[in-house]
Design a protein around this ligand. Structure first.
Ligand code: PAF
Length: 315
């Protein structure tokens, strides 16, 4: 199965590295020239946060131009959720008639973004509880292991979903199949709602959210608001207790800097509008206020515009 991963950031690089061990050719696409060059020269090195051991994955090629990668059997979209629709539109050369497209991205709206260009029947979706931090071109830190769960949009268990799950498992990425993709996406959304903005604002790694009473309370309040919105929309969550589950993900990815913290530190736009912002929008549509999410949304938007830790005017 030829795999093309669109977006060679932390998660794209981690999945690319691992999948290259499963006898599948893996090509990464990214607009960052240093990243493309580093991968072509030395592959990807994955550093394990727990043990400190580094492992090299040399069997990967990277390109900036989708035409060079060519048509994929499986295309995995790993760009920021704010860029999904554009990334699919601009990398059309990757998608042939037979290509299956998988989104494992954070946030709401990724399936819809892909479906602007491709038929829904070609899309499969899922979530990942892996944590990864990009250390520099060609280098990623694996900050916490977690399950990947994938499914067809209509919940059926097809040969293609079984083949993708099998490939991921062979690559050491523990993967399950779910018949409830909408629930899956919301399960993960609630995790991101609880972790990402709070870590981006405070600068702490995921595990520390559990060590400070004030932060642990805010995490629980933000997730509970999201859960209420999901309930009002009729979304069937797979996770019975999303607050406890978010705490478990904090612990499992304790040393990881959340993707939103990484974005703020690097001065990049974040996914705040697709995460806490999505709770506000979806909540408004069903008449539910989400005041904690509103504050988190405003604070991260401020940091996005003004940068973290920079001296303010007049100081
Ligand atoms: O966005 C992230 O960083 C990840 O989804 C997660 C699971 C919160 C781990 O850091």
């Amino acid at each position: 199965m030829k795999i093309v991963i669109i977006g060679a950031g932390a998660m794209g690089s981690l999945y690319g590295a691992k999948l290259s061990t499963a006898e599948a050719p893996v090509y990464l696409l990214d607009v960052w020239p240093e990243q493309v060059r580093a991968i072509n020269e030395g592959g990807i090195t994955v550093e394990d946060a727990a043990s400190g051991a580094a492992e090299a994955y040399p069997k990967i090629r990277a390109f900036s131009d989708a035409a060079e990668a060519g048509e994929a059997d499986l295309a995995i979209v790993f760009v920021k959720s704010t860029l999904t629709a554009r990334a699919v539109r601009e990398n059309r050369a990757v998608f042939g008639e037979h290509t299956t497209v998988l989104t494992l991205q954070n946030g709401l709206g990724n399936v819809e973004g892909i479906a602007e260009t491709l038929p829904r029947g070609r899309i499969i979706a899922g979530t990942t509880a892996q944590g990864a931090t990009l250390l520099g071109p060609g280098r990623v830190r694996h900050g916490g292991k977690g399950k990947t769960v994938i499914g067809e949009l209509d919940g059926s268990v097809t040969e293609r979903i079984k083949a993708v799950a099998d490939l991921f498992n062979r690559a050491g990425l523990e993967t399950e199949i779910s018949a409830n993709v909408e629930g899956l996406i919301w399960d993960k959304l609630l995790v991101n709602v609880g972790i990402n903005a709070l870590t981006a604002i405070t600068g702490v790694p995921n595990g520390e959210l559990l060590l400070h009473e004030e932060l642990a309370e805010l995490l629980a309040a933000a997730v509970a608001e999201g859960e209420q919105v999901a309930g009002a929309k009729g979304v069937k969550l797979n996770i019975p207790d999303p607050v406890s589950h978010t705490r478990e993900v904090c612990a499992a990815t304790g040393k990881n800097r959340s993707s939103m913290l990484q974005d703020i530190l690097a001065g990049r736009p974040t996914e705040i509008d697709r995460i806490n912002g999505a709770i506000l929008r979806e909540g408004a549509a069903v008449g539910i206020a989400a005041p904690v999410n509103a504050v988190l949304h405003k604070l991260v938007t401020f940091l996005e515009k003004n940068g973290a830790g920079k001296p303010r005017r007049g100081m």
